[in-house]
Design a protein around this ligand. Structure first.
Ligand code: NDP
Length: 397
């Protein structure tokens, strides 16, 4: 029996609320709180059965968050608002002595940069307060990190080469839309590329390195090397890695739109003065782009995300590929959201389950790969994200 305060009523929050509501024995009390209360109420009404309570909160306002936590008294706060809120919610959890879980690492609003240093800096304070922070419990980061931990535990003596491959082969029928929060998404994919090799970071121009990769059940898709946050914790937690990279597929139409958006300054994060009012171009762009939460109804096709790993087992070189394919249509039928929200919300729910069951409960701040992957992997198969393993195959990389 556990009480959850879920923060953020977007696509991911919708999935977490649906999934938790299905398990009343474990998630006995769920409160969904967000900036816009009507969105929480709409999600709660759709789920029905009085399973979800709702509240309005500005998660950037620490005293407001503290009051909400004190009045609801959750066992765990699950943060699926935006990365900008991470530190404020972590502060409120620290002040109230409640554990924390999120799916994306902190980003300062005024600088398009994400890294774990800000959140790792809370480790000693969380340890001393006897509470747990579980960082990055979505799909990537999240399941990809747990896949890596599972591979290292069960299939290798040492892992040497890791390539995380993320393919969205879905079609939503719009000329341009992002699959999760447009502001966060565009900030992420327009950054310089970066990967780990021989003990150091190697930098590339955005989308400079790309090649076609074959995805199971989908076929070849052009895949671009980008920097992704789980690389930072994985190279720290698996020091045998000689190289770690992240690849994501983009269609040509998406890239052309992205280039135009950047060239005309609409991806800017500095405020500009428009008719006497300060506006941030990328925030304005978010307001006119399709809401990722509304893409689900017409979304067809699959996502395929996994890890391709090379290393040593019993003195011999071995290759291994573990992945999940998720259908946009099936995700929509079940939760009313597309597969990108679904593949993030299901792992966040399982992470909360791991915490409530006492399986992932340790004082301090941890990335998901630092916990035992086995019970989590078992739940992925049960809760809608089954995985497949391929041994000794051509990794193409
Ligand atoms: P959305 O933009 O759909 O939803 C974000 C929600 O947070 C909105 O309901 C928004 O409120 C709310 N919110 C924003 N600011 C505040 C605030 N100050 N106080 C309270 N609530 C606030 O995003 P998604 O659901 O697509 O993504 C949620 C998170 O999941 C993001 O952090 C994203 O980076 C992460 N993510 C992680 C992935 C992974 O695999 N690890 C993949 C995809 C996403 P309002 O409705 O008023 O705007």
């Amino acid at each position: 029996m556990g009480k959850i305060l879920l923060v953020g009523a977007g696509g991911v929050g919708t999935v977490v609320a649906h999934k938790m509501a299905e398990m009343p024995d474990l998630f006995s009390d769920i409160m969904l709180a967000s900036r816009t209360k009507s969105k929480c109420d709409a999600i709660a009404a759709k789920i029905g059965g009085d399973r979800i309570k709702s509240a309005q909160v500005d998660a950037d306002n620490v005293p407001e968050m503290v009051d909400l936590i004190k009045s609801f008294k959750p066992d765990l706060v699950v943060n699926v608002a935006l990365p900008y809120q991470d530190l404020h919610i972590m502060d409120a959890c620290l002040e109230t002595g409640v554990s924390y879980l999120d799916t994306a690492n902190y980003e300062p609003p005024d600088e398009a940069k994400f890294e774990y240093s800000w959140q790792w800096a809370y480790h000693d304070r969380y340890r001393d307060a006897g509470i747990t922070a579980i960082l990055g419990c979505g799909f990537d980061p999240g399941v990809t990190s747990i896949f890596t931990a599972w591979a290292a535990k069960h299939h290798f003596d040492e892992i040497h080469y890791l390539d995380i491959v993320d393919c969205n082969a879905g079609d939503h029928g719009k000329p341009f839309a992002t699959n999760f929060n447009p502001e966060i998404n565009i900030r992420e994919v327009t950054q310089k590329g970066k990967y780990w090799e021989n003990g150091q970071w190697v930098y590339t121009e955005p989308h400079e390195i790309h090649k076609p990769l074959n995805y199971p059940g989908i076929g070849p898709r052009e895949s671009y090397l980008i920097y992704h946050e789980e690389l930072e914790s994985l190279v720290k937690n698996f020091p045998t890695l000689k190289r770690a990279r992240f690849w994501m597929t983009f269609g040509q139409e998406y890239l052309t739109h992205l280039m135009v958006i950047q060239n005309i300054g609409m991806a800017g994060i500095e405020p500009v003065l428009y008719e006497g009012v300060e506006i941030v171009p990328i925030k304005f762009l978010k307001a006119v782009l399709p809401d990722p939460g509304d893409l689900g109804a017409n979304y067809k096709g699959w996502t395929s995300i996994g890890c391709r790993i090379k290393g040593i087992k019993d003195g011999k070189e071995k290759t291994y590929y573990i992945y999940n394919n998720c259908s946009h249509e099936k995700a929509y039928q079940e939760t009313g959201t597309q597969a990108v929200s679904y593949t993030t919300g299901v792992p966040a729910t399982i992470g909360a389950m791991m915490y409530l069951k006492g399986l992932w409960k340790r004082p301090g701040v941890f990335n998901v790969e630092e916990f035992d992957p086995d019970p989590f992997m078992e739940q992925l198969n049960i809760r809608g994200l089954p995985w497949t393993e391929l041994h000794d195959v051509d990794l193409e990389l």
